[in-house]
Design a protein around this ligand. Structure first.
Ligand code: DQA
Length: 144
């Protein structure tokens, strides 16, 4: 069974009530359930986490060096700012999928650059919670 680490960055714990016109009404625990259910259909064991802290995100990415087969990450605002997240992702030799609920390229200019895209095998954005499902499908294709 492939072990997949799904990482979520700052403010994603507020999904459901956070700017629902942009991010939808599903909560992060709804999305976790979707990932676990859909992951099972691909034979994935999903380890789903969220943090508001950049250092914790870096620590968790480093954890993926051992015993994980893929990482799916929505680094949220750290996507656009964090060289530390970028450098940590570069430590990995397993596939990385970048996901976003919204499409940052259709939004403010400061969301157009991603430190994650530079190291991601695929970027899936703009499908709401479905971005996570499509991200798992992309990982399944890569790992097949
Ligand atoms: C986001 C997009 C980011 O620009 C933003 O900072 C987020 C969420 C998304 O999933 O659409 O917090 O990553």
């Amino acid at each position: 069974m492939a072990r997949i680490l799904v990482l979520n960055g700052p403010n994603l714990n507020k999904l459901g009530t956070r700017e629902p016109n942009i991010y939808g009404t599903q909560t992060l625990s709804d999305i976790e359930k979707l990932c676990i259910d859909h992951g099972t259909s691909h034979g994935f064991e999903i380890d789903f986490r969220q943090t508001n802290s950049e250092g914790t995100l870096v620590d968790w990415i480093q954890e993926a060096c051992d015993g994980y087969h893929g990482v799916m990450i929505n680094a949220a605002a750290y996507t656009h700012t964090s060289l530390a997240v970028h450098d940590a992702l570069k430590l990995l030799s397993i596939p990385i999928i970048e996901v976003h609920l919204s499409n940052p390229h259709e939004r403010e200019d400061f969301r157009h650059h991603s430190y994650v895209s530079l190291v991601a095998a695929k970027v899936i954005a703009g499908h709401g919670a479905r971005s996570y499902i499509l991200g798992l499908d992309a990982l399944a294709e890569i790992l097949a």
